[in-house]
Design a protein around this ligand. Structure first.
Ligand code: TRP
Length: 329
């Protein structure tokens, strides 16, 4: 079947993935493989821009790759690799930085946010983060990049940078990527308020045991207005209900919805049901993860093979770029 073009996406290696990562990104990565030639990159160099993502970098890279494979990334067709294993990206980053006005980088809302979060580590790499991201995308001649709202300014930046480069060097060497807006559900953590994230420790890991998962689910905050078991609840403001809608059958969702509103079911019961359904849904993933993870070398082999294939595309792009910029052959 002819594919619609090449999709590229990158994610920082954050180790074992959680429900937010799955629903927000991985699920979509898996689905895109049916229609596009996909290139998925674990961006370890980007991870070096902040201290928390620098710790356990290699192990986190491995764990994330394993989760991707267990979730259904198919490495025979999809190129899955680690950013730093194709060093051409750093060369392209340097060249692209020459057509990037500094003010544009420091004005980005994403940069300002990083500065707020990491006031003690405002490094040069952090400023250039979107330039490196642009290099990722264009090095692999990507047509389409799926993005949520938070990364949209970066993609717009990438498109502008491509136009500046092609104009300045009078070339068509770089392809301007299209933004594919993906409807990314905002997955809340077990606190029911903040976005699910490892740093907030409000996450539910895909790879944890059924018991640990159940314990985590039992800690989930429900409708804060519902104080007593006999109070009617409001599923519309309950994060557990949101999750039921994703992981439970239509009949059960209907039942929970109706019974919660008339205090027919309590929050404890409701969460037990969700935990059971979640564990059921994750069982095949967990089995596959155990199977693949029994041989860590095989995971690294997948990544090395991906890097080899990625590098072939990258070298061709760099030939064109070097030609355009008139670096010596
Ligand atoms: N900036 C992205 C993030 O913080 C990660 C990323 C790096 C990326 N390179 C990319 C995403 C290229 C899409 C395309 O999540």
């Amino acid at each position: 079947m002819a594919k619609k073009g090449r999709v590229f996406s990158g994610a920082r290696p954050t180790g074992r993935q959680h429900l937010g990562n799955y629903l927000g990104a991985i699920k979509n990565y898996v689905a895109l493989q049916d229609d596009y030639e996909c290139v998925y990159c674990i961006v370890d160099l980007h991870a070096l821009t902040t201290v928390d993502t620098t710790e356990n970098l290699r192990q986190n890279t491995y764990e994330m790759a394993l989760d991707w494979l267990a979730a259904g990334i198919r490495p025979e067709e999809t190129i899955m690799f680690v950013q730093s294993q194709v060093p051409e990206v750093t060369e392209l980053h340097t060249i692209l930085s020459m057509v990037t006005p500094l003010g544009k980088l420091t004005d980005l809302p994403t940069f300002k946010e990083k500065v707020r979060e990491n006031p003690d580590n405002i490094n040069y790499g952090l400023v250039g983060y979107p330039v490196l991201m642009t290099a990722d995308i264009v090095l692999y001649k990507s047509d389409v990049v799926p993005v949520g709202v938070d990364q949209a300014p970066h993609l717009e930046f990438a498109r502008e940078t491509v136009r500046s480069f092609n104009y300045r060097f009078n070339t068509k060497a770089l392809i301007e990527p299209q933004m594919k807006n993906t409807e990314i559900p905002k997955v809340l953590g077990i606190d029911g308020v903040q976005k699910m994230g490892k740093s907030l420790n409000n996450h539910i890991e895909l790879a944890s045991s059924p018991d640990d998962t159940r314990q985590r689910v039992m800690q989930m905050v429900t409708d804060p207005q519902r104080m007593k078991r006999t109070d009617p609840g409001n599923p519309d403001v309950c994060n557990v209900f949101t999750m039921h809608k994703i992981f439970s059958s239509a009949e059960e969702v209907e039942m929970v919805n109706a019974e919660c509103r008339r205090a027919g079911i309590g929050c404890v019961d409701c969460k037990k049901r969700f935990a059971a359904n979640l564990n059921n849904s994750l069982a095949p993933f967990r089995a596959k993860r155990d199977e693949i993870g029994a041989n860590p070398d095989a995971v690294w082999d997948v990544l090395h093979d991906g890097a080899k294939r990625a590098r072939m595309i990258a070298q061709k792009t760099m030939d064109d770029v070097r030609e355009a910029v008139q670096l010596p052959r």
